[in-house]
Design a protein around this ligand. Structure first.
Ligand code: NAD
Ligand code: ZN
Length: 363
């Protein structure tokens, strides 16, 4: 592993470079600027300051920018929720959880009460008090993030921070979603969006679990990536006239055991109900703000299961990172700088990103 030399620089800079937007809209709403940094004395009990070095850019960050979800983000907002960095300052009591110099990850869930029924059952995403990073609180598109110590995830030694970043949302989310599909080794799983951020990691986690994977996406770059990562079958949704029949043909005529849909397009969800087999499961992961028309009659007749899956809990995060640290899953990313964020969002809107974009927040 190549350690980033900045991992040992623990002093607090007076300024914090951030990517911020003041109103929802397109990539032109983002400003990159320097603001005053938080001082150690300003940290609340239980809080730490994390020096972020790398952050992934998730499609959910684009939803936050565009404001296309039913509940709006806070404004102004510093987005981002796939952050990897170093703890550089501790608030009172935070040393119970982390120390200065620890390599840590920031996830979608910035904090939860850890005391309600959902939290007690490790379903923090359902906690009425949970706070999403880069949505309800400022996130990782900045050099320094104030964060609750108890909700950070330690990054295993041996995993580069630039690799770890996108495991913290894309990896954890698709890893948990595969669990929600309740599959057995040898089963067929379809991953629509297999060339995207979540999807390309899903292909790898699925293969590690002994599953047979069919990828759906579009374009030769995403096709090559999907196949190289382990899709036995790849279907281009733009050039294939009957995707459902192609999947049934590939799975002995009856369809796949599950579809784990990581596309932000509503069409991908409706289609999945046509190619999962009887007793099959549709796991909804992508988050277009739209309605899925479901036949009640067909759902009963086919005994289908439709489940939503949202990120993962703290244990899912530890597991997803460990698998990556063992080299079993790799994030295929292009490294850019924080100042490239507007053009990254533009590429995301146009569907031009294969794998993930990771940003070095100092550039
Ligand atoms: P991405 O843009 O990197 O990837 C999406 C992929 O879907 C792209 O490769 C695109 O070409 C492909 N695609 C588009 N339409 C398709 C279709 N009809 N069929 C098959 N593939 C299609 O996005 P991402 O960062 O991987 O996020 C995907 C979605 O998941 C977003 O809506 C995001 O908000 C959501 N998300 C949900 C959770 C969760 O907890 N449930 C967590 C993270 C992201
Ligand atoms: Zn995300």
């Amino acid at each position: 592993m190549v350690q980033d030399p900045r991992e040992t620089q623990l002093e607090l800079a007076p300024k914090n470079r951030v990517a911020i937007f003041y109103e929802n809209g397109g990539p032109d709403k983002i400003s990159i600027k320097d603001i005053d940094n938080v001082k150690q004395s300003e940290l609340n009990p239980g809080e730490v300051l994390v020096r972020v070095l790398f952050t992934g850019v998730c499609h959910s960050d684009l939803h936050a920018l565009q404001g296309d979800w039913p509940f709006p983000p806070k404004l102004p907002l510093i987005g981002g929720h796939e952050g990897a960095g170093i703890v550089v300052a501790l608030g009172q009591g935070a040393s119970e959880y982390v120390q200065v110099g620890d390599r840590v990850g920031i996830k979608w869930i910035a904090d939860a009460c850890l005391n309600c029924e959902y939290c007690r059952l490790s379903h923090e995403i359902n906690c009425p008090q949970y706070k999403p990073s880069g949505y309800a609180v400022d996130g990782t598109f900045q050099q320094y993030v104030r964060h609750t110590a108890r909700y950070l995830t330690k990054i295993p030694d041996g995993l580069e921070l630039s690799q770890a970043a996108s495991i913290l949302c894309a990896g954890v989310t698709i890893y948990r979603a595969l669990k929600e599909a309740s599959l057995q080794p040898g089963n067929w799983v379809v991953i629509p969006g297999s060339g995207g951020g979540l999807g390309h990691l899903g292909v790898q986690y699925a293969r590690n679990a002994g599953l047979r994977v069919i990828g759906i996406d579009t374009g030769s770059e995403k096709q090559t990536m999907s196949q190289q990562l382990g899709c036995e079958v790849f279907i281009d949704f733009k050039t294939t006239s009957d995707v459902a029949t192609a999947i049934k043909d590939a799975t002995g005529g009856i369809g796949a055991h599950a579809a784990v849909v990581a596309a932000a397009s509503p069409a991908a969800y409706e289609l999945a109900l046509d190619y999962i087999r009887p007793r099959g499961t549709l796991v909804i992961v992508g988050m277009p703000n739209s309605i899925l028309p479901v036949s009640i009659f067909k759902t009963v007749l086919m005994t289908h299961k439709i489940v939503g899956s949202a990120v993962g809990n703290r244990q899912d995060a530890v597991e997803a990172l460990e698998i990556a640290a063992r080299g079993m899953v790799k994030v295929h990313f292009t490294l850019k700088g924080l100042s490239d964020l507007p053009s990254v969002f533009e590429d995301m809107i146009q569907g031009r990103i294969a794998g993930r974009i990771v940003l070095d927040v100092d550039k």
